[in-house]
Design a protein around this ligand. Structure first.
Ligand code: AMP
Ligand code: MG
Length: 400
């Protein structure tokens, strides 16, 4: 049997990043910047008022106080957005709003609270420090400064900065497109009636969601039964413009193993192997029509655990995403457990962050979706370990 690490290496070797593209900034959230962003303009772009009040020459109001206010004629009214260039003469005031351009000649803004608020002759009741309440051009960002670096993951706040700089597009590492395809004659799409012996298809919705959760784009192919020709034609029709194909089912040791039968021939470079792990022993990977493919086992728990163990990290790495690996934590086992010799076991678990403990969750068999649905970690047990007692430190993959 192939060790887990070896299969991880083989699968990881299949991934290729897409070349960078330029996208509308609105579509860039969560993607990784492909190039540095250099500020084309300064922020603020011009000296502007930090308060609603009056633009004055600071010297004119140096002696102002509530007892002996200074009276100045109001010669302009400047709301935010006024675009003509104004000049303040000494001995006068301009009424000015927050964000409006400070007129040339003005050296301070007196907040409206320190005045009578008049629009003809204003009474100024406090002195002003030169520069007071003026936001200077370039004090936030100077034009030409590198404000964001290639490799950073784009956040809402970054999109705010980018928009403030007047940029409407960004160079990004695009999401990889992953085709998800499930197989099995027994499968029925949710929402339709079941006949005896049939089950609802659950792998494709689950894997498409986990692909998206990993930061990639998921494309769903219609599920196919276990007919080899149908599988081949469905795959050929849908595997265009994608960077990775993920199939589930049809790779184990029984009859009607459609994926194995369709891709195991010499035409395609796909290998089917047994990996020393539980769940998820039957695995396959390779290249079909130039596109990397990972063929996951059909049992839902095996499929999701296999995605976690083999696909998620290289997928994220190929998109330049930070923290491609799930965080690993050491937790104290809160129960006794047994594990098969010679296999890496991944149990579903509940990890209590505050207590630093973990309990396994549900039986180890790979059809227990209910437990998988509410587990928050994978509990990793080494190949050589067959018995674990309460209190033993164990490694968990934090899925939260
Ligand atoms: P297979 O690997 O195709 O033999 O499937 C193993 C088990 O997983 C069988 O019990 C299948 O019915 C089940 N299974 C396979 N694919 C799916 C799927 N897409 N959704 C739900 N169960 C599945
Ligand atoms: Mg099947």
């Amino acid at each position: 049997m192939r060790p887990v690490e070896e299969h991880q290496r083989v699968v990881a070797g299949l991934f290729r990043p897409r070349p960078p593209v330029t996208v509308p900034a609105a579509d860039a959230l969560g993607l990784v910047l492909a190039e540095d962003v250099v500020a084309p303009i300064s922020l603020p772009g011009f000296d502007n008022s930090a308060m609603d009040g009056y633009a004055v020459v600071a010297d004119d109001v140096a002696a102002a106080s509530p007892e002996s206010p200074v009276r100045l004629p109001v010669t302009e009214d400047i709301p935010a957005g006024r675009t003509d260039l104004l000049e303040l003469k000494p001995g006068a005031a301009h009424r000015i709003m927050t964000g409006a351009m400070v007129p040339s000649g003005a050296t301070a803004v007196v907040p409206v609270e320190a005045t009578d608020g008049a629009t003809d002759v204003v009474e100024i009741r406090a002195p002003a420090r030169p520069g007071q309440h003026i936001r200077r051009a370039g004090e936030d960002v100077t034009a030409g400064t590198t404000v964001l670096r290639a490799g950073q993951r784009i956040t809402p706040a970054m999109l705010g900065l980018v928009a403030a700089l007047g940029l409407s597009e960004l160079p990004v590492v695009p999401r990889l497109r992953v085709l998800v395809m499930s197989t099995g004659t027994e499968l029925v799409e949710p929402g339709r009636p079941l006949r005896p012996g049939q089950i609802y298809e659950s792998n494709a919705p689950m894997l498409a969601a986990t692909v998206r959760d990993a930061g990639a784009e998921a494309v769903l192919a219609p599920m196919t039964g276990d007919d080899v020709e149908t599988f081949r034609t469905t795959l050929a029709r849908h595997a265009t413009g994608v960077d990775l194909i993920i199939t589930t089912g049809g790779v184990s040791a029984g009859a009607y193993e459609v994926v194995k039968e369709a891709l195991g021939g010499s035409a395609d470079a796909v290998e089917f192997v047994k990996v020393a792990m539980q769940p998820g022993m039957p695995q396959g990977c390779g290249v079909v029509g130039g596109i990397p493919i990972v063929t996951l086992p059909g049992n839902p728990v095996s499929a999701l655990v296999s995605f976690e163990v083999f696909v998620r990290a290289p997928l994220r790495r190929a998109m330049g995403l930070p923290d491609p690996e799930r965080p690993r934590r050491t937790a104290t086992l809160a129960e006794d457990l047994t594990s098969p010799r010679g296999k890496r076991q991944f149990r579903r678990g509940v990890y209590d962050r505050d207590a630093g403990t973990v309990t396994s969750y549900g039986p180890p068999a790979s059809h227990h979706l209910r437990w998988l649905a509410t587990a928050n970690c994978l509990l990793e047990i080494g190949e050589d370990v067959t018995e674990l007692t309460t209190g033993t430190p164990v490694q968990v993959w934090d899925l939260a």
